[in-house]
Design a protein around this ligand. Sequence first.
Ligand code: C2E
Ligand code: MG
Ligand code: MG
Length: 701
Amino acid sequence: MSTSAHLEDSLMQQAAPLLKGLFSNALIGIYVIQDGRFVFVNPRLAALFGYTQEALCSGMGPMDLTAPRDQPLAKREIDRRISGDAKASFYSFEGMRKDGSTLDVEVFGVATTYSGRPAIIGMLLDVSERCQAERAVADQLRFIAQLLDTIPSPVFYKDSTGRYLGCNTAFEDYLGKKRTELIGRTVYDISPKDLADQYFAADKRLFDQRGTQTYETNVVYADGTRRDVVFYKATFNDARGELGGLVGVLLDISERKRMEQAIWREANYDALTGLPNRRLFHDRLREEIKRAQRHGTRLAQLFIDLDRFKEINDTLGHDLGDKLLIEAAARIHKVLRASDTVSRLGGDEFVVVLPDMDDKSAAATVAQHIIDQMQMPFELDGKLAYVSASIGIAFYPDDSTEIDTLLSYADQAMYAAKAQGRNGFCHFAQPMQVSAMRRLETGNDLRHAVADKQLVLHYQPIVDLTDNRIVKAEALVRWQHPTRGLLGPDEFIPIAEDIGVIVDIGHWVFEQAMAMAARWHAATDTAQSVQISINMSPRQFMGGKSTEWIDYLRQHGLPASVLAVEITEGLLLDTRPAVIDTLLAFRDAGVQVSIDDFGTGYSAMSYLKKFDIDYLKIDRSFVRDLTTDASDLAIAEAMIVMAHKLGMKVVAEGVETDAQRDLLRSAGCDYAQGYLFSRPLPADAFEILLQTLARDGAETA
Ligand code: C2E
Ligand code: MG
Ligand code: MG
């Protein structure tokens, strides 16, 4: 025996009891397998599986301790070592105790020889507790991942260098990428440069400060849409308490933003024309005034009101009225500079602010441009409409430095422009303040005028040109104002129309006139054939009183022929049922209808026929220059011929001279009205006139 062999032998002899002790007391299981059977197991291994060492070493093998599920695995590993494919192997599997319960084990086996033949010596560790803990963690992670995926908002998390660690499904949808493609990337890989810079800077701030962060920004979705979002982010720490990264949620607030914007628009813009409304206008004007103050410049404030717009609205209907306003807004806009502001205050009122108007005449030029624009015909669904504009101009700081005063001065100047015949502009001047106040007061006073019996009705005769007899009378209202004296209709009818009092006034006129007609009708010997015509404003057709009138006549036993109503041409174009029905009801009842001021408004010949119009009243403006202006005479003659062809009679208004009367008579005009015959007279004076004429007539007869 060699010395080294001897040494080994002696070592082995000494080691044997040591190893034995180690094997017996080890906390890990130790075994030796040969030919698929245990030839040695230590007490720990036997205890782990609930067997005795003897039982295990009398014919049992490793397969008996392996749960069926992992038996193929265990067999493969053992075979690899026996065959020499692997010297050692380390694997884990599910073990099975004698009582059938299972445990998680890890084994480390090494191929060796035992009694001169191949064997495996191995160690086995019970890792059930660790595996259970791992499974619990895995379950939790799965749960969290599922939870994140059910959140409809994109959620993401990144490490402390800004690289994505993961995200939820909503974030994948936003990106249009799977999370596997995201992990390890940064914002620069997934967002446009400008946004990425912004996100990156925000992340950096958050990492510096730690904690939470909220801010509004926008993101670009995979489909290219940009959306408004709020980012909620928070940092998290790793197990050692060091900065681990951040989690973030991205809340889409586009819809809220859109609503906010819609509400803002609604509050600040006129829905019809898209122009700033009164509110925004005030803001802008305030800004402009501040600017003018700072720079010592002047600004002009233009108040624009469309002339006769109400008529258009009443006659063509609101839809076309709206279209006209839209077009008017566009036309105003066209003549302005970029720095000018135009707003619609409501109805047909527009205001314009012109900054830097050091030259006052420049504002007048703009006003004239607007007037020129408005004068051009408006084509509305194939119909032509004509309006004009009256404009008032006030200057900051010349007229006022107060925003409200400035606006009201421009408004007053606008009324002055209207009073000067419309279709023009006017600068503000102090006395206008007075007339504006008066208009306001007039409106207030007018509300009680009917109830307080302040209105009076005058009658102006209309004579038959063939025999100069008074056959008709026009009822013309006046207002006996408590302090201002007798006011003519031009001073209050437009205001009454504006504030709606015209409906009551019109009804009062009707009742008054019909009471008179009843008296004349009873006294048939004096004036049985005098017909009274009353004027009706378009607004009265909406009041619904007209059908009452027909009933009134019937109830009072008056023939419909005692009444005629005077309307303006434009009303015939009104397509609203209330207008059409009333006109047809008048026709059916036998109430005659006159077109007043003919030739000054819209001419719609076909409508004259449709509604069976009885009279045309040639406007005073054509009669006035009849004797001096050949074209006016030609127009009057043409009107008369046309009216007769359509089966209508003609009344000439404003006849003041014999010459006018003679020309009209020879042109075939049927009736005339004017100062030549009589001014409008109070009822009693008119009755005396009638009686005198009747008596004179009787005397001459
Ligand atoms: P209109 O219907 O055209 O009435 C005729 C106007 O011409 C009346 O003015 C009358 O006084 C005036 N006139 C008559 N003959 C002559 C003349 O020879 N020369 C001149 N220069 N003028 C003459 P008035 O009474 O001031 O009425 C003005 C307008 O007020 C009327 O014009 C009518 O449109 C309106 N109006 C009057 N009464 C009423 C009413 O009861 N209801 C409504 N809605 N409007 C009324
Ligand atoms: Mg009239
Ligand atoms: Mg008239």
